[in-house]
Design a protein around this ligand. Sequence first.
Ligand code: SF4
Length: 109
Amino acid sequence: MGSGAVIVIDENTDMVKLLWRITKFYAHESCGQCTPCREGCQWMEGILHKLMTGQGQERDIDLLVDLATNIGGKTLCALGDAAAGPVISFIKKFRPEFEAYARGQKKHA
Ligand code: SF4
């Protein structure tokens, strides 16, 4: 049957921080058996942390999408898809928030 989850957030939620937290979870949970998930999740988590701490660049946003695209559908179990999906959809729906971090207009305390 599969599984699902619902996270309820308000409009004040920092979407970059939320995506970093979700990605950190998947990076921690990856069993390491397949390369796209093992390497990609760690890489995405690191890039998101860089963005959040003011060390990111705009090209990192597209790199995140590229990494996620190369994880989805290319792993042994569904954890890879579950990790890639939020990255692609968060950036698609909330890209200006990621750009604000990349341009130094916003920085996580
Ligand atoms: S996709 Fe699944 S099998 Fe592959 S490394 Fe991630 S958790 Fe392990």
